[in-house]
Design a protein around this ligand. Structure first.
Ligand SMILES: Nc1ncnc2c1ncn2[C@@H]1O[C@H](COP(=O)(O)OP(=O)(O)OP(=O)(O)O)[C@@H](O)[C@H]1O
Ligand SMILES: [Mg+2]
Length: 404
């Protein structure tokens, strides 16, 4: 029999629902708040969800909206249980994605009948439709700048570790700077596995074995693909290789962070095409701003939607550079993230191969990098709290809740 989740803060309704459903063989799980309900949905994988509108933290509409934003619960039947089943409330409920309403107080027979109808409908739908994706799509972040020395590699390394620490999900860092990649150095490794193994290969050769041959592990828990051992031209790689490779990697990893290099070569364009978000890194000086304007124009010509591009202002200069407001004015775009000047930490990180985020958990840069990683994570991932949240997840979400 189907698994049913009831999200309601009044125990009396749990008793009523239990009394109606248990004898029929339904498995029932109960949560008393919106957030607990989301957490329970993640663990219990219900086939039917019954939600009260008034809850102590998130209201029922928020809960349904968050559930509907995830592939797992896009089609799960949801019934609103409410004492306010008037027309405006019903319309609002249907708008966020509820399938049915039941006014409190209700007759157990009516609840059973409605659940029965929804179960049958969803079974018919499931057998008629091809199975949709139940896995969340991977978050692909490409760090890019046409000017070198603005912090692309430092940010890529730290963001990858931040994403991994936050969600504890498979994370891959790709060094796509094929001429002067520094990711391996910043991770204090000299890997035997690099992109070298992909040169002169055909896209049909991309399989798990090849991917294993080019991927290294770092003791922070992330995996990475290092740039070639010596500079390699873009045309040493087959063009269609990159689409195949990135598609495969997105099946394995929840997060892929790419240090894209400082050009618009063939490889960079493939990486940028597949990115969920392009982080355009800018230092507060004229040459960097000018190259960012050029990059933004090219993104536009490549047809990238504006919400895919997020400028990151990185204070790499000891002197006060051009102000953020002025930069935003010339870019005609708000800066999405701004990182402070922290020369000692970033230089030490490079010289000893110890990323800032691992060495300096208490400094402002680390805090901001963690918040940035959370902000850039997929909405469907953020919608449902993890069943055993990481230390970083707790820290970031507590801070965000306090800000609200
Ligand atoms: N927020 C910061 N504060 C102070 N120094 C920084 C900061 N971010 C990066 N740096 C320093 O700036 C320099 C360039 O950083 P990084 O190598 O990450 O940039 P890049 O854009 O990848 O450069 P390239 O690819 O051209 O070598 C490094 O010395 C790094 O320590
Ligand atoms: Mg670099």
């Amino acid at each position: 029999m189907a698994r049913v989740l009831l999200i309601d803060d009044e125990p009396v309704f749990y008793k009523m629902v239990e009394h109606a459903l248990k004898p029929q063989g339904y498995e029932l799980e109960y949560a008393r708040s919106g957030l607990d309900g989301l957490r329970a949905a993640g663990e219990f994988e219900p086939e039917i969800i019954i939600v009260d509108v008034k809850l102590p933290d998130l209201d029922g509409y928020d809960v349904v909206q968050r559930l509907r934003s995830t592939p797992r619960f896009r089609n799960t039947p949801i019934i609103f249980l409410t004492s306010q089943a008037d027309l405006p409330n019903k319309l609002k409920g249907f708008e966020v994605g509820a399938d049915d309403f039941l006014a409190k107080p209700f007759q157990p027979e009516e609840l059973l009948a409605r659940i029965g109808i929804l179960v049958r409908k969803s079974e018919t739908l499931r057998s008629a439709l091809p199975a949709g994706p139940t896995r969340e799509p991977a978050t692909v972040l490409a760090l890019h700048s046409l000017r070198g020395g603005v912090g692309c590699t430092s940010l890529a390394v730290n963001l990858a570790i931040a994403c991994h620490q936050l969600w504890e999900k498979p994370t891959l860092l790709i060094d796509a700077d094929m001429t002067a990649g520094q990711v391996a150095l910043m991770l204090n490794t000299s890997p035997a596995r690099t992109f070298d193994d992909l040169t002169n290969r055909h896209s049909s050769e991309i399989d798990d074995d090849i991917i294993r041959k080019i991927t290294s592990k770092h003791n922070s828990g992330i995996n990475f693909i290092a740039s070639p051992s010596s500079p390699v031209a873009d045309d040493s790689f087959a063009d269609d290789l990159w689409v195949e490779l990135l598609n495969r990697l997105q099946e394995t990893y929840d997060f892929i962070i790419i240090d894209t290099g400082h050009n618009f070569g063939n490889i960079a364009i493939h990486m940028l095409n597949q990115a969920t978000t392009i982080l355009q890194v800018i230092a507060p000086e004229m040459a960097s701003i000018r190259s960012s304007i050029n990059a933004l124009e090219l993104y536009h010509l490549l047809g990238y939607p504006s919400e895919k591009i997020k400028p990151v202002l990185n204070q790499t200069l000891a002197v006060a550079g051009i102000k953020q407001a002025q930069i935003e004015k010339v870019l005609k775009l708000p800066v999405s993230f701004s990182l402070p000047y922290a020369p000692n930490e970033f230089i030490r990180a490079i010289n000893f191969g110890q990323p800032v985020i691992l060495q300096n958990p208490e400094i402002a840069s680390t805090e901001l990098l963690e918040e940035m990683a959370y902000d850039l994570s997929g909405e469907s991932l953020k919608a449902i709290p993890p069943s055993s949240p990481s230390v970083v997840w707790k820290r970031v979400t507590q801070k965000l809740a306090a800000k609200k």
